[in-house]
Ligand binder design. Structure first.
Ligand SMILES: Cc1cc2nc3c(=O)[nH]c(=O)nc-3n(C[C@H](O)[C@H](O)[C@H](O)COP(=O)(O)OP(=O)(O)OC[C@H]3O[C@@H](n4cnc5c(N)ncnc54)[C@H](O)[C@@H]3O)c2cc1C
Length: 604
């Protein structure tokens, strides 16, 4: 029995061992055959997982960065707070003196109304205190604006400006209507050198933000009526005179006490000031007053700050503006097929100097025909015929310019309208870097073109002035203590810091950035690329110490982005947001968009 069992066990063991051997052989065979497949699947899965994680982190990083930049730079959260009521007792018992009564000055005055018992605007052009400067229709004005060269040039308005003005003046829509200024969804029929970039209507769920069609004269006239002409802000007054200097407090050099004015009748006057705001535009008179009084000078360069004399940087794109403003009859207006908002065509090739053509409606029954050209020599297009020759010669990307442009020029010519011609050689674009300047008085600030001007073809100047006023509102809101007797000692510094955050991106100072990698990273922080784009034009004189090569990589990327935007909603949305002031600097670098731009470059 035992041997039988032993035999069976040994048989079993033998068969078990054989089975085991077969099993092992099968497995090893299967593995030998399958291993490459399994490992390939696993590798692919691992690769996909890694790519997924990488992409996920990129998107997350991009979203966090965008949120930060939106809060820090866009000005939109601060715009939301405009007009919010202040706690009782927060109005300062003093005078805000605003030097210059144009776009920046009027907006600053409106903001200061909330925070100061008295607001005084000093403006040299005497007629700007009369009825004519606030009339219903800007185009009926009798006087000429002598200090604003672009008063009768082409003027575009960004949708962000419209959004902001609605907050500052709640009845602005009614006032626009009253002044013959139309408000439309901002579909500018943007294009890449003739090829349409569709407006991102779908991306805005059918509600494209609006803007208004209005000349520079019309906008200034309306703002002046709103601020000075309706009695809505009784503590704002205007004096006809020129600010010629500033005076420090006798016992405290860090604070200004008065401004010196030469009035229209040549009498001198000194006016008490709790806050002095330079809104003198490209005159930049504030720089002169400060240096004459001994500000902006120091022996040591504390905290990387610079003397005032080194604060200004400039580049010159030698831009010539020819504007024909045609007064047409309602019948001609009806016949014309011009889109509601102007159509802007920017030539792609810059080798002979960038050229730009615009056709659009402005306030009233008026059509603007515009030719812009960067050139070392003077260029003027002073008739409809000259404009036609200009567009016939226009170098486009793919398709020729649409027929309706030529048809519209024909209709305009046949109707023989009254035409006003304006030629302007735009001044160099300059930037006074007050945020870096040492030893400024604590109650002196500047906004609008007195700080920086940008390339006018992007139509951002008035949005920039508006954002300056928004910064003024937010810093006063944060810094002005209830029942305070004066502004805090760090007021000017805080203002210029915030002003830099909100507006530097319009201009972007790349001085001393030599390294391409650094340039790219800096460019990623931009909201607008005007300065970098101007370097693509051979006639541009760059900032001292820079070369026109600066930003060439970004110029290449932006060109590819616009080409993609002609057929891709996401890219079109980013381009539209940039042109209307709603973007952040990283929008163009959304990871998915970057992939699409590169893919499209390969396949096209
Ligand atoms: C050719 C051209 C086209 C443009 N196109 C556009 C466009 O399409 N869209 C856009 O948004 N922007 C455009 N801009 C820019 C825009 O016009 C300016 O950004 C805007 O006018 C700035 O307003 P501001 O009040 O800062 O300065 P300004 O409008 O220049 O006003 C300065 C004021 O200060 C006064 N002043 C000067 N010196 C003194 C002094 N010593 N004391 C007191 N007052 C003084 C002047 O009389 C004037 O009223 C364009 C600019 C140019 C040159």
């Amino acid at each position: 029995m035992a041997s039988h069992l032993t035999k069976n066990i040994s048989l079993l063991t033998a068969s078990h061992q054989r089975g085991l051997a077969i099993y092992k052989w099968t497995l090893s065979y299967a593995f030998k055959e399958l291993r490459p497949e399994i490992s390939m699947i696993a590798t692919t899965q691992l690769l996909l997982l890694t790519l997924g994680c990488l992409y996920g982190s990129l998107i997350l990083g991009w979203k966090l960065l965008r949120r930060y930049l939106f809060k820090r730079h866009s000005g939109i959260p601060e715009i939301e707070k405009l007009g919010e009521t202040l706690p009782v007792g927060q109005k300062l018992d003093g005078t805000a003196v605003i030097c210059g009564g144009s776009i920046a000055g009027l907006l600053a005055a409106r903001v200061c109304f909330e925070f100061f018992k008295h607001v005084v605007i000093i403006e040299p052009e005497e007629w700007l205190a009369t009825e004519d400067s606030m009339r219903r229709f800007g185009w009926e004005q009798q006087h000429k604006r002598t200090r604003i060269m672009q008063y009768r040039s082409l003027h575009g308005n960004q949708a962000l400006l419209y959004t902001g003005l609605q907050k500052l003046f709640p009845d602005i829509d009614e006032q626009f209507r009253y002044s013959g200024i139309a408000v439309y969804p901002a579909d500018r029929k943007a294009n890449f050198a003739g090829t349409l970039i569709p407006a991102p209507v779908k991306s805005y769920q059918g509600h494209l933000p609006k803007t208004f069609c209005c000349s520079r004269a019309g906008l200034e006239t309306l703002l002046r009526r709103l601020v000075l002409g309706r009695g809505s802000y009784p503590n704002i007054t205007q004096i006809a005179g020129t600010v010629i200097g500033i005076l420090p407090q006798s016992n405290d050099f860090s604070r200004l006490s008065r401004v010196k004015i030469r009035k229209a009748d040549m009498q001198m006057e000194e006016l008490n000031a709790s806050l002095v705001i330079d809104c003198t535009g490209v005159t930049r008179a504030g720089m002169k007053w400060l240096s004459q009084t001994g500000y902006g000078i120091t022996k040591d360069r504390n905290n990387g700050k610079i003397p005032l004399q080194d604060a200004k940087i400039s580049l010159d794109q030698k831009l010539h503006y020819s504007t024909l403003t045609c007064n047409v009859t309602p019948a001609t207006l009806e016949k014309l097929q011009i889109p509601k908002i102007e159509t802007v065509h920017l030539e792609e090739k810059n080798d002979e100097g960038r050229r730009l053509f615009v056709l659009g409606k402005t306030d009233g029954d008026r059509i603007v025909v515009f030719a812009g050209q960067s050139s070392d020599t003077v260029v003027r297009y002073d008739s409809l015929n000259a404009m036609r020759t200009f567009v016939q010669d226009f170098r486009t990307y793919k398709d020729p310019l649409p027929d309706w442009i030529f048809e519209s020029l024909d209709i305009l010519e046949e109707s023989q309208p009254d035409i006003h011609f304006s030629h302007v050689r735009a001044p160099p674009t300059s930037y006074v870097q007050y945020h870096k300047t040492v030893n400024l008085p604590s109650n002196f600030i500047a906004l609008g073109d007195s700080v920086s001007s940008v390339d006018p073809i992007y139509g951002q100047g008035c949005t920039k002035a508006f954002l300056g006023a928004v910064v003024l509102d937010s810093v006063l809101r944060a810094k002005l203590q209830a029942h305070a007797k004066e502004l805090p000692a760090d007021f000017s510094e805080q203002f210029f810091k915030e002003h830099f955050y909100k507006t530097d991106i319009f201009w972007w100072a790349s001085a001393n950035l030599m390294n391409v990698a650094i340039i790219l990273i800096w460019n990623m922080m931009l909201r607008q690329f005007t300065h970098v784009l101007d370097y693509g034009i051979p006639s541009t004189t760059p900032i001292q110490g820079e070369s026109l090569q600066v930003g060439s990589l970004v110029r290449w990327y932006l060109r590819r982005l616009q080409i993609l935007a002609t057929k891709d909603e996401q890219a079109a949305r980013v381009c539209w947001d940039i042109s209307m002031g709603f973007n952040t600097s990283v929008d163009i670098f959304h990871p998915w968009l970057v992939l699409k731009v590169f893919f499209n470059t390969i396949i096209e």
